[in-house]
Design a protein around this ligand. Structure first.
Ligand SMILES: NC(=O)c1ccc[n+]([C@@H]2O[C@H](COP(=O)([O-])OP(=O)(O)OC[C@H]3O[C@@H](n4cnc5c(N)ncnc54)[C@H](OP(=O)(O)O)[C@@H]3O)[C@@H](O)[C@H]2O)c1
Length: 287
């Protein structure tokens, strides 16, 4: 089995490593060299450029930060798509907006490349332990070819529908994630002001039926005042921005997510972008 992996950040490096662990012959490319060298030491082939990474490849995964970066790397005139062979498959796992996914599909089709959107739920430890959940948009036939690889990187594959439905579903998951984190933080901060101990709140609130279960893990970051990055706050801000763009495109009001977007925007502006998004707690506390 053979694959190319483009984008070796927090998530991509771990996903590519899981392909390697399962015996896949993996070629990698990343903008900066460090992550490529680390994966080379674990058995990956390193390509000198993105175009060379996809030369002759049948299956190419991408895990890049933003739609702008995916566009630059894949869809510009001299981008990766122009170098991919006909009938090969591009699986974009990046979190992007659905209308961008449709443009990516069109660009792929123009080059005779088959395309699937497959963003993920889960963060750094889930990527590390192959426990991601893939939200797939695209043809069933393509998914059948790709699924064995997804199963090496994740624990579940949900086929949501046609192209763009994977990124659509991911978007609604993330607007809930962003808001749930802010709601949890606000409640804990008020609880403390009312004289309830922080320890009690961090232990008990995550287990209430009204709480989002992921807040249990984030409570530990708050307890230790250590927001070491799992999911960068800057990308949560990006996801809320993309949700706002999508809501505009669909003429759909989005009151609360837009409010949350401005909180994350301000925290990002204050230099918290490369902390975990749970640092929205620290932001609210300091504010
Ligand atoms: N972290 C999470 O928990 C999580 C969970 C689900 C989904 N996601 C999504 O997954 C994607 C990747 O997230 P991540 O956490 O792995 O982010 P990350 O650590 O910031 O990695 C971003 C990747 O994009 C590359 N990149 C950025 N700007 C570039 C440019 N101008 N040209 C070429 N490459 C560029 C980076 O290359 P360099 O290494 O050179 O900077 C890196 O490979 C994002 O869309 C994010 O929203 C993240």
């Amino acid at each position: 089995m053979k694959a190319t992996f483009i984008g070796l950040g927090i998530m991509g490096s771990r996903m590519a490593e899981n392909l390697l662990k399962n015996g896949v012959d993996v070629t990698v490319w990343n903008r900066s060299e460090g992550p490529m060298e680390e994966l080379k030491a674990k058995g990956a082939r390193v390509a000198p450029s993105a175009i060379e990474a996809v030369a002759g490849a049948h299956l190419v995964f991408s895990m890049l930060s933003t739609p702008e970066v995916v566009e630059k790397v894949f869809m510009k005139d001299d981008g990766v798509l122009s170098a991919m062979k006909e009938d090969s498959i591009w699986v974009d796992c990046s979190t992007v907006n659905p209308s961008f996914t449709v443009r990516a599909l069109q660009a792929a089709e123009q080059e005779g490349v088959r395309f699937m959107d497959a963003p993920v739920a889960g963060t750094k430890p889930h990527a590390e332990n192959a426990e991601l959940v893939f939200f797939v948009g695209g043809d069933k036939e393509i998914l059948e070819e790709v699924e064995p690889y997804l199963n090496m990187m994740g624990k579940k594959v949900l086929h949501i529908g046609e192209n763009g439905k994977g990124t659509s579903f991911k978007m609604l998951v993330n607007i809930m994630l962003a808001q749930s984190m802010a709601i949890f933080s606000e409640a804990v901060l008020l609880g403390e002001k009312m004289g309830i101990s922080r320890d009690f709140l961090l232990n008990v609130v995550p287990n209430l039926v009204v709480s989002a279960p992921f807040t249990g893990a984030k409570a530990e970051l708050i307890r230790n005042d250590n927001y070491e990055v799992q999911f960068p706050l800057e990308w949560m801000h990006k996801d809320l921005h993309l949700a706002a763009v999508t809501a505009y495109e669909l003429n759909q009001p989005l009151y609360l997510a837009n409010l949350a977007k401005e909180l994350y925007a301000e925290a990002n502006k204050k230099g918290m972008g490369r902390l975990d998004f749970a640092a929205i707690h620290k932001f609210l506390e300091e504010r």
